[in-house]
Design a protein around this ligand. Structure first.
Ligand code: GTP
Ligand code: MG
Length: 200
């Protein structure tokens, strides 16, 4: 795949606007500020394909990117305390609406900040993905911010903090150093290949 060819497709502010899937989708989920947009930019070799901001709550819409026959879906970050109740409800509705819909969703990359224990919302999301039988991979973000020792501590703590941790594929990632990018791309290529096969 030529990742440089990814392009912004469109964005939706309410779930009702989203048309039915016409291609296989790969989604990125995680709390606000965890690094979803940064990861998307790193995967696609771009500085500004997805908007990155130090201010949480930057991505308040569902944004679709397109590469070859796949859509990549940047979900709005959840768990940001400083927005109004009605904004929170709108975000929740968007994420839930998207994930509960009968979409051609091949995989969710569930991002969790490597530095901290998963939040309640993170654990809720992981449980939801398990219960809904949506295939997912956990990506631990901002890996560049941890020492070797901190990493080891977080790794072993996650084994008890995450439900079914031993069955989950976990990738350590840094948008700054590019660590983990090849693993994520390998998973994407697998999905693209399966998608090709299904069509033929
Ligand atoms: P929302 O759109 O609000 O949901 O946030 P997001 O998950 O898209 O996060 P975003 O990519 O905008 O990144 C948030 C902040 O974290 C920015 O200041 C990024 O520069 C920083 N950041 C993201 N990934 C990394 C990383 O791997 N390493 C470091 N050091 N900083 C990162
Ligand atoms: Mg974002």
């Amino acid at each position: 795949m030529n990742y440089n060819n990814a392009e912004f497709y469109t964005s939706y502010g309410s779930f009702k606007q989203i048309p039915r899937s016409d291609r296989t989708e790969i989604a990125f989920s995680g709390r606000s500020n965890v690094g979803k947009s940064s990861l998307i930019n790193k995967i696609f070799n771009r500085k500004n394909l997805a908007r990155v901001s130090a201010v949480p709550g930057k991505t308040a819409t569902i944004n679709f990117y397109r590469l070859e026959n796949l859509y990549f879906v940047d979900l709005p970050g959840y768990g940001y305390a400083k927005v109004s109740k009605s904004e929170k409800e709108r975000w929740g509705g968007l994420i839930e609406g998207y994930l509960h819909d009968d979409r051609e969703l091949a995989l969710v990359f569930q991002l969790i900040d490597f530095r901290h224990a998963p939040t309640k919302d993170d654990v809720m999301m992981v449980n939801f993905l398990i219960d809904s039988e949506i295939p997912f991979v956990v990506v631990l973000t901002k890996a560049d911010k941890l020492s070797k020792k901190q990493r080891e501590e977080r790794r072993s703590a996650l084994m008890t903090e995450l439900p079914c941790a031993e069955d989950i594929t976990i990738i350590e990632f840094s948008a700054q150093t590019g660590e983990g990018r090849d693993d994520i791309r390998a998973i994407i290529e697998e999905i693209a290949a399966e998608d090709e096969e299904e069509k033929n």
